[in-house]
Design a protein around this ligand. Sequence first.
Ligand SMILES: *Cc1c(COP(=O)(O)O)cnc(C)c1O
Length: 534
Amino acid sequence: MGYNVKNENPGKTDNKKKRDYIMRYHSTRNNKLIMTSMEVIKQGLSPEGGLFVPDSIPKLDREELARLISADYRQRAQEILSLYLSDYSPQQLTYCIENAYSTARFSSSDIAPVTVLGEELHILELWHGPTCAFKDMALQILPYLMTTAIQSTGDQKEIVILTATSGDTGKAALEGFRDVPGTAILVFYPLEGVSPMQKLQMVTQEGSNTVVSAVKGNFDDAQTGVKRIFQDTHLAEQMEQRGFRFSSANSINWGRLVPQIVYYFSSYLDLAKQNRITLGQEINIVVPTGNFGNILAAWYAKEMGLPVNRLICASNDNKVLTDFIHTGIYDKRREFVQTISPSMDILVSSNLERLLYELGGRDDVQLRRLMEQLMEQGYYKIEGKALETLQSIMWGGYASVEETLASIRDTFHDTGYTLDPHTAVGKCVYDAYCRETGDNRATLLVSTASPFKFPGDVLHALQTYAADRSDLSRPFDAGHDAVQLLEQLAEVSGMPIPNPLQGLREKKIRHTSVCSREEMKEQVAGFVKKREMK
Ligand SMILES: *Cc1c(COP(=O)(O)O)cnc(C)c1O
């Protein structure tokens, strides 16, 4: 047990061997807390506030990569997931994968198709799922991973998913968990800080086990509120006794992260299959980043042996990560800026904790100190080897709202391709990276949302719609404008409106609740009470 691919036998993981070990997990803030992947996926966050990480990082060698070139997305997912989720049987994994990545749910049979934007620039489109944003890639499979874990471990409790969302997570989680037996889901979104379209998608959510509530404040307020509820051991005990168990669908859950590793391998293999690169050639990957989940999955892929030169971390005006990569100082003591890429409006990137833990030599005591300092003083600093390693792996940059709009316009002008604002932040930072370093090798730009999720801002960029920034705080009826904007954008971009968004017009508004950060706990208690009476 405790098969450590990194130290024993690097690069030699034949199929038989993979089945013979059980991957264990521990918490970043207490590495004596050992668990299996099923436990980790059920729990989400460790009781002392740490995040779960695998004991070792498995490797895929060149031969295994070559073998996967002819495989489809689902087969590739089976291969990657089985390395990490070794306590799931192959049949259980197949069941989860087949249900999640079906053509009934994804509009592209490739699931995550790669398009060519320029000679060396390729776009990985992660928005062909039911909510038109990349969160679907993980949140379509997470409910299956969770319910499988529940059944396998004989747990009778109902899982209550609590989630804070900066926009896209909420909707994707709601769609993933709706009407899944043995689960219920409560989503909090910041009253100021999601787009009219994102809000419309959430307040019209259907499903007998779903509740959506707005929180007065920004994303960090909502996220902090949820974290507090998770850390309330008294509340957790009460829930246990009544037959419920809290879990998280936020990107801190390992069950969110691990499916994201798959598309980095899959897109690389697609590039090789299309002869755009040769197998083994190093590429750069640009990731528009918020909570640091997506780019962390790319880091895991690189550690597993995916040939990656640089990970380019793209931020908007909330450029905490850019500064961190440049200076080693993570400082959230700054003004929170509302931008046109709301899913990246984040000052505390939770998943960074996992990378910090690895960069710091897996020292849980030191990590805990850093996280406490962040909580109490609002900043921390890394230096020496940890910072050097970080800077050798990552390059950080950011784009202002003006630059983002210009990038949407220029890219459309030059290539006819319409970027959403998040992907456009990535494109800006990619351009800056090429200018500054002269490194213009084959690159994958991760596209995290369909432009139709942000039609007003995209049309504004294309200069056919005078977007009014007060839109964000206008009451819900702004949503109806959003539907009209879809048609306008379809006309201008020449792209069809994605089916899930097309259908919004007919949907009824079902969720109107608003609470303060202090009232979130009561909301949760009330929700559980209602579930109890069912
Ligand atoms: C969530 C999200 C991001 C940020 O991803 P992280 O994993 O939080 O870094 C970027 N773009 C879109 C559209 C998103 O929904």
